[in-house]
Design a protein around this ligand. Sequence first.
Ligand code: PGA
Length: 240
Amino acid sequence: MRRKLIAGNWKMNGQGAQLGFFDSLRSVAANAACDVLICPPATLLSRAADLCRGSAIKLGGQDCHAAESGAHTGDVSASMLVDAGASFVVLGHSERRADHGERSESVKEKAGAALAAGLVPVICVGETREEREAGRAIEIVLEQVKASMPDDGHDRLVVAYEPVWAIGTGLVASLDDIVEMHAAIRDVLPVPDVIRVLYGGSVKPANAREILHLDNVDGALVGGASLAAESFSEIIQAVS
Ligand code: PGA
């Protein structure tokens, strides 16, 4: 039985004044029927780690460089994330793929580096609206899954299916489409029984329960609704 994972991706949001969030989430996470993860901006990681010590809340980065250290201005390595208190890292998010031209080959390298540093990579995949309308959604996503997959460490990673057109738009894939895509992803995974496949894209308290109980959906990657402790807690509670 795969334990569900509810992950919050704060993206480029959050400053010190928002750290009270973690106090509010502590008891919800302690009583949760799932793993609870927050990926704040890198600037907040170590302060969040201080606040989460001894709690069930796990922390993650939103990206890492494939190298251990070096001349890479503005980048953060996997071991730096570990040093700051992270145990997960989101990789290949569609915003990184779109804004930074990140390709699956680079996601694969980063995933290898993350695993080597002891992080759990959350590898994101998803089709654009044009790709779905052209009937190519499954083909595109499976291509991304295969090309982003590191060579080993498969029993420690997580995949997140996030249709690009559903992110931050309030649009959600139909339940049938989610079931179809998650089954197709599961089929090509190296250790299909172990790898958790999350759904992401406008997951909210109002739709979380029906999505989280679909076949092959092992949790959610939540953007907007993870910024407030109340809505994120409701999504966590929708697991049980
Ligand atoms: P959203 O973002 O929940 O705001 O749609 C999801 C994500 O990008 O991970």
